[in-house]
Design a protein around this ligand. Structure first.
Ligand code: HEM
Length: 79
């Protein structure tokens, strides 16, 4: 498998749907590009913002992690 690029939290934070065109969300160590999702328009998803690691917020969602299955990870979140 091809190695995914690593991105820092600061790099992730810029992809919040406000500062740059790309909209990224980190979950379980991987970064997903949700730019194409209407549900993440402008980086906002209900009460959550993109550009962050939202792993610990999933238990507040009305869905499970299967919502990520249609997205391909584009990177790895640097520790
Ligand atoms: C108050 C919290 C949240 C609400 C009300 C909410 C609501 C929803 C709804 C209604 C959908 C539509 C599809 C479905 O239900 O399967 C959805 C999709 C999705 N949610 Fe959430 N969600 C919340 C939190 C989160 C969190 C914390 C994450 C990330 C860890 C997340 C990631 C996603 C993703 C990636 C999709 C798929 C988008 C798409 O298919 O275009 N959600 N959410």
């Amino acid at each position: 498998m091809e190695k995914l690029p690593e991105y820092s939290r600061n790099q992730l934070a810029l992809r919040n749907g406000q500062d740059m065109d790309e909209i990224w969300v980190a979950f379980n160590g991987f970064i997903y590009d949700v730019s194409m999702s209407r549900l993440w328009r402008n980086g906002k998803h209900y009460e959550h913002w993109a550009g962050q690691d939202l792993t610990s917020e999933l238990d507040k969602a009305p869905h499970n992690e299967m919502v990520f299955s249609k997205f391909t990870a584009i990177g790895i979140l640097k520790k």
